[in-house]
Design a protein around this ligand. Structure first.
Ligand code: HEM
Length: 446
C-alpha cells in the first residue's frame, strides 16, 4: 500500500490515492479541527472558514488586539500587535522549519510512511521561506543581488514599457465595454517582469500563471479536497517544467537569473543542489507575481472607494510611492504568517514552549493604533505608511519588496493617469485564498 502511494508520486504528477492520504492527514484533519474550534466559539477559526469575514476582517482584528501579547487562535497563540509581530519575526528564538511538529504524533508517523512530496513547493523545505539559518542564508545570498534597490531601479524603464504596452492593448477594449482588470493588467505586469528577469519564454507565461494560482492555495490551512488536489497537481506540473527548463539552461545559458543560478549550482561546491535550485526558482517566480497582482488589484479597488485620495494623486503625482505603501498597509496582500518556537522562550512574560506555533496577523498589525494614527483611514499622505509589516520583518523580510513597490507604483500610476475616468463595471470577485488577499476579477470600464 505504502509503496503504491509513493510510486504514484515518483512519476512526477502525484497519484490520486497518494494525494488523498496526504490531504486527509493534513488539510482534512485541520478542517475538522477548525470546525470544532469554531463551534466552541473561536472567532479566528470562523474567519478561516467564512469568506464574508475574510472579506471584512477589520472588526475581528480590533477584537484580537484587545488581547496582549496574544489572543487565542484555533491552533495556538496569535498576535495582532505591531510591536509583538515585529519582535517575533526578528527573534532568533522563533523559526520556520519543522512545521510538521504541530501535527499530533500519529499524523507525523503517517506522513513519514508516505514520504515527502517528490516535487518542490513554495512553503516546504528547501524553499527559502521554510528553512532556518544556516541554509536560509545560503539560498538567499545567491539571489539577493538581483533584487537590490539598484538592480530594481535598472528595471524601472522596462516596467514602464511593459505597463504602457498593456495599457495600449486595453484602450480599444475599454471603449467597447467592461474589461477584467486583473486578467488583462494587474496579473500581467508582475508576470511579465519576473518572467523576463528569469528568462521564461513568452509561450509559457500563461501556464506559469495557472500553476502559480493553483500552487498559491497551498499556503492556506484546511483546504477542501478539490482545491487541494488542483494545487498539488499545479505544483507538480510547475516542478516538472522547471526541471526541464533548467536542463535546457545548463546547455544554453542566457543572461537571466536562472541561467546564473544554474551555473553557480554546477561550478561551485557551495551552490544549490537540483532540488534546492528548483525550490528557489519556483518560489521566486511564484512570489514574483502571486502577491504583486494583489497589490495592484487592491490599490485599484481602494482608489475606486476613495475618490478624494484619487484626486489628490492626480494633483500630486509625487505621492504615488507613498500611496503604494498605504495600500500595502491598509489592504495587505499577505494577511498572516507564522513562526515556531525553536526553544522554550517567553514574550512579555508569557511562556512559549519549544515547538509551539505563533501566528502573526500582518494585516491586523498594520492597523495597530499604537503605530498608525486613525488606522482604519486610507490616507495616501500618511507620513509613516512605510512602517507597515506587509513585507514581514527579520531574516525572511520579502526579497522582492523593492521590486513590488516599484511595480505597484509604475502600474497604478500608469493606469490612473492613462484612464482618469476608469470606474468599476460590475461586481468584483475575491480570490478564494485566505493568507493571500486580493481579487480574482475586477470588471472596469472607462
Ligand atoms: C506586494 C507584493 C509582495 C508582498 C506583499 C510580499 C510579501 C512577502 C512576505 C510577507 C514575505 C515573508 C513571509 C514570512 O515572513 O513568513 C515574503 C517573502 C518573500 N518574498 Fe515577497 N512579497 C511581495 C512581492 C514579492 C516579489 C515581487 C518577489 C520577487 C521575487 C518576492 C519574493 C519573496 C521571496 C523570495 C521571499 C522569501 C524570503 C525569505 O524567506 O528570506 N516577493 N514576501
Amino acid at each position: 500500500m505504502v509503496a503504491f502511494l509513493v510510486d504514484g508520486a515518483r512519476s512526477g504528477v502525484p497519484s490520486t490515492p497518494a494525494l488523498a492520504v496526504r490531504w486527509g492527514l493534513t488539510h482534512g484533519l485541520l478542517r475538522r479541527a477548525l470546525a470544532a474550534r469554531e463551534r466552541s466559539g473561536n472567532r479566528d477559526a470562523r474567519l478561516l472558514r467564512d469568506p464574508a469575514l475574510q472579506a471584512e476582517p477589520w472588526e475581528h482584528y480590533r477584537e484580537l488586539r484587545r488581547h496582549r501579547p496574544f489572543a487565542q487562535g484555533p491552533m495556538g497563540r496569535l498576535t495582532a500587535h505591531h510591536d509583538i509581530t515585529t519582535r517575533i519575526l526578528r527573534s532568533d528564538d522563533f523559526g520556520v522549519a519543522d512545521r510538521d511538529q504541530v501535527f499530533p504524533a500519529p499524523v507525523r508517523l503517517g506522513m513519514r510512511l508516505i514520504g515527502p512530496r517528490r516535487y518542490a513547493s513554495i512553503d516546504d523545505a528547501p524553499s527559502m521561506l521554510a528553512v532556518d539559518p544556516p541554509d536560509h542564508a545560503r539560498y538567499r545570498r545567491l539571489v539577493t543581488r538581483a533584487f537590490t534597490a539598484k538592480a530594481v531601479a535598472a528595471l524601472r524603464t522596462r516596467t514602464e514599457e511593459i505597463t504602457a504596452e498593456l495599457l495600449d492593448g486595453l484602450e480599444p477594449d475599454l471603449r467597447r465595454g467592461p474589461v477584467d482588470l486583473v486578467e488583462r493588467f494587474a496579473a500581467q505586469v508582475p508576470l511579465t517582469v519576473i518572467a523576463e528577469m528569469l528568462g521564461v519564454p513568452p509561450e509559457r507565461r500563461e501556464d506559469l500563471l495557472a500553476w502559480g494560482d493553483g500552487g498559491a492555495a497551498t499556503l492556506d490551512l484546511g483546504l477542501p479536497w478539490s482545491r487541494y488536489a488542483t494545487a498539488e497537481r499545479s505544483l507538480a506540473a510547475f516542478d516538472g517544467w522547471l526541471r526541464e527548463h533548467l536542463r535546457t539552461l545548463r546547455s544554453h545559458p542566457g543572461e537571466d537569473l536562472l541561467s546564473r543560478l544554474v551555473q553557480v549550482a554546477d561550478d561551485d561546491g557551495s551552490g544549490l543542489s537540483e532540488q534546492e535550485l528548483v525550490a528557489t526558482s519556483m518560489l521566486i517566480l511564484a512570489a514574483g507575481f502571486e502577491t504583486t497582482v494583489n497589490l495592484i488589484g487592491n490599490g485599484t479597488q481602494r482608489l475606486f472607494e476613495h475618490p478624494d485620495q484619487r484626486a489628490l494623486l492626480a494633483e500630486q503625482p509625487d505621492l504615488w510611492s507613498n500611496a503604494v505603501d498605504e495600500v500595502l498597509r491598509h489592504d495587505s496582500p499577505v494577511q498572516r504568517t507564522a513562526r515556531l518556537a525553536r526553544r522554550d522562550t517567553e514574550v512579555e512574560g508569557v511562556a512559549i514552549r519549544q515547538g509551539e506555533i505563533v501566528v502573526t496577523v500582518l494585516g491586523a498589525a498594520n492597523r495597530d493604533p499604537a503605530v498608525f494614527t486613525d488606522p482604519e483611514r486610507f490616507d495616501v499622505t500618511r507620513s509613516n505608511a512605510r512602517d507597515h509589516v506587509a513585507f514581514s520583518s527579520g531574516i525572511h523580510y520579502c526579497l522582492g519588496a523593492a521590486l513590488a513597490r516599484m511595480e505597484g507604483e509604475v502600474a497604478l500610476r500608469g493606469l490612473f493617469s492613462r484612464f482618469p475616468d476608469l470606474a468599476p463595471a460590475g461586481t468584483p470577485v475575491r480570490r478564494p485564498t485566505i493568507i493571500l488577499r486580493g481579487w480574482t476579477s475586477l470588471p472596469v470600464h472607462s
